[in-house]
Design a protein around this ligand. Structure first.
Ligand code: ASP
Ligand code: MG
Length: 602
């Protein structure tokens, strides 16, 4: 007999009839021989309604009173669902977060879970009862017993945390969509249901999946190895399994306060090839990486930042054994790319074999500004200069001089309290059969900020991103490119990053002030961008994935403004007006529409 945690979202318990349907599903699960803990959200749009009421009274409600108010929504649904179970002759009891002992920090409206007491839950389970728990809420750890909430959408987090605490067999998230789709079906009608996805992929697809599954819930599932199933409340279809590799056992104390970084990774077997001053027009990246793929040369990092004039620089890394062939491809392609013969700027190929890639990885960095800044400042304090930077949702990678690698590992492990020995790149994936691309996402709510001519010396990136973090500005993608300019005899590089559009004015002001103080060049802000990303564990060691993506985009005449990659993700920034077209092109280029789509619609 297994223990199953089931979570039902607001729509699933939106009416009395739906609550009764949920009760029947719970009963069926019990009748099949399982113990069940149910977590529910507030009915329908109750929470939104409560927020609106508060706003009618004051524009600045106290965060404590918001928790007092919003936590009532879930209390209604747990009582009603429990009554519905009673009418089916199913023994059941409802409990608030406080009654269970879901202990949180006393950070009203955004509390993180510290631990979950399991004694009372265990007692009721032993009595054969279904336990119906109010999602989204907890109790502060101080003697005042303050009611707290976990932040909007937090019931997913409650459910997965309970599953982790009770070592449940799985946590089922019942919702009003059939599961997780390969992309947003409103933009790409051919989007398909994914039968399975890894939690790492899910985290990298946060901008796609966050509406269906709270990233904090995925983080807990990953850290504690909880199997998640996202499925529809209206059908018996199996939905999507979100799977995690078996993690090292960890205590329940500090459940959600695990370190934001859980691994420091490095790779000294890489070399860099940079193609400088190539024309800034569609098709260039496709051609370069297409030719590399033809030669079965696998590339790791790919970085391209904003153009300067009408040219651009692209850098990539590859294993050292492939360097000579990769360099030859780049050298052969360089001259052919020049846009017009009158152009005196010469494309140039540069290689570097004395480099190392060093990365920090961890789901906990989502939504916590300052993690990247801390990495940069830690390296700066150790006198390590950063050459290239590429980030994704859950990873920051830098290239540095090979001679600095050991020192960099030591200071980063120390700064982020990573105690286990550092993982060489690529050893944690292990998913042989995973598709090269599992899903793709489009983000149009970002703005791009670029700073030109930042002195190429330790501490600059640290300074910029620390300023932003201090103001609570979350930075999404960070790119430091290859382009190196001499300004007053001082080598400089460009640093570009993206932030939420709402944060762009603040980011621009901060960065402009810093640019003046420190003598950087222009600060350029562009609101009209879109980021299109593909994610898949199977792209590790599979040559040609980037080439296929770039080709699909260039076939549509779409210019790539920036490129950043991690092991399992490739992101391109394009013009905002091209966003949807780009997503559709990429989705179909990787065959994500599937054959089933044809069969179903026939
Ligand atoms: N009821 C809360 C909200 O609407 C929590 C949840 O449903 O996950 O945000
Ligand atoms: Mg939700």
């Amino acid at each position: 007999m297994a223990l199953i945690v089931q979570k039902y979202g607001g729509t699933s318990v939106g009416t009395v009839e739906r609550i009764q349907a949920v009760a029947r599903r719970v009963k069926t699960t019990v009748d099949a021989g399982h113990s069940v803990v149910v977590v529910v959200s507030a009915m329908g749009k109750t929470t939104d309604g409560l927020v609106k009421l508060a706003n009618e009274i004051t524009g600045q409600p106290s965060r404590r009173e918001m928790d007092m108010l919003l936590s009532t929504g879930e209390q209604v649904s747990i009582a009603l669902l429990t009554m519905a179970l009673h009418t089916l002759d199913q023994e059941a009891i409802s409990l608030t977060g406080a009654q269970v002992g879901i202990v949180t920090e006393t950070e009203h409206t955004r509390a993180r879970i510290l631990t979950i007491k399991t004694e009372r839950l265990q007692r009721h389970l032993d009595e054969g009862k279904v336990i119906v728990v109010a999602g989204f809420q907890g109790i502060g750890q101080t003697s005042d017993l303050e009611i707290t909430t976990l932040g909007r959408g937090g019931s997913d987090t409650s459910a997965v945390a309970l599953a982790a605490a009770l070592t449940a067999e799985k946590c089922e998230i019942y919702t009003d969509v059939p599961g997780i789709l390969t992309t947003d079906p409103r933009l790409v009608p051919e989007a398909q249901l994914m039968p399975e996805i890894t939690s790492d992929e899910m985290l990298e697809l946060a901008s796609l999946g966050a509406k269906v599954l709270h990233p904090r819930a995925v983080e807990i599932a990953r850290n504690y190895g909880v199997t998640l199933v996202v499925r529809s409340s209206w059908t018996d279809e199996p939905g999507t399994r979100v799977v995690s590799p078996r993690p090292q056992p960890r205590p329940l104390e500090g459940l959600e306060l695990a370190h934001p970084v859980d691994a420091v990774e490095f790779d000294t077997d890489q070399a860099k090839v940079a193609l400088l001053r190539i024309p800034d027009r569609p098709g260039i990246a496709a051609r370069l990486f297409g030719e590399l793929a033809n030669q079965a040369l696998d590339v790791d990092l790919i970085i391209q930042s904003i153009h300067e004039g009408n040219t651009n620089d692209i850098a990539f890394t590859t294993v050292k054994a492939n360097l000579n062939r990769a360099e030859a491809v780049a050298a052969a392609i360089g001259p052919a790319l020049r846009s017009n013969p009158a152009d005196t700027t010469q494309a140039e190929v540069m290689v570097d074999t004395h480099m190392a890639k060093i990365s920090i990885a961890g789901a906990g960095m989502i939504g916590r500004p300052g993690v990247a800044a801390k990495m940069f400042s830690t390296l700066a304090e150790a006198g390590v200069n950063i050459q290239l930077i590429s980030t994704s949702e859950v990873k920051v990678s830098c290239t540095i001089a090979e001679a600095d690698c050991d020192r960099a590992i030591a200071v980063l492990c120390n700064a982020f309290e990573v105690t286990s020995s550092p993982v060489p790149h690529g050893e944690t994936t292990g998913a042989q059969t995973a598709p090269v691309v599992r899903g793709c996402a489009l983000d149009v709510k970002q703005a791009q900020v670029a700073i030109r001519h930042v002195p190429d010396q330790p501490g600059m990136a640290a300074h910029i991103f620390q300023l932003l973090a201090n103001q609570g500005v979350s930075v999404d993608m960070i790119i430091q490119s290859q382009r190196c300019r001499l300004v007053h005899g001082q080598p400089t590089r460009d640093i570009a990053f993206t932030v939420a559009q709402a944060d762009a004015p603040a980011a621009q002001a901060l960065v402009k002030a810093a640019a003046q103080d420190l003598g950087f060049g222009d600060v350029v802000v562009n609101d009209a961008i879109a980021k299109v990303s593909v994610v898949g564990t199977g792209m590790v060691d599979a040559p040609g994935v980037a080439a296929r993506m770039f080709k699909a985009l260039s076939n549509q005449g779409i210019n790539l403004q920036m490129i950043a990659t991690s092991e399992i993700k490739i992101s391109c920034v394009v013009d905002e007006v091209d966003g949807v077209k780009a997503l559709q092109a990429v989705h179909s280029a990787f065959g994500l529409a599937g054959k089933e789509a044809v069969v179903v619609s026939a």
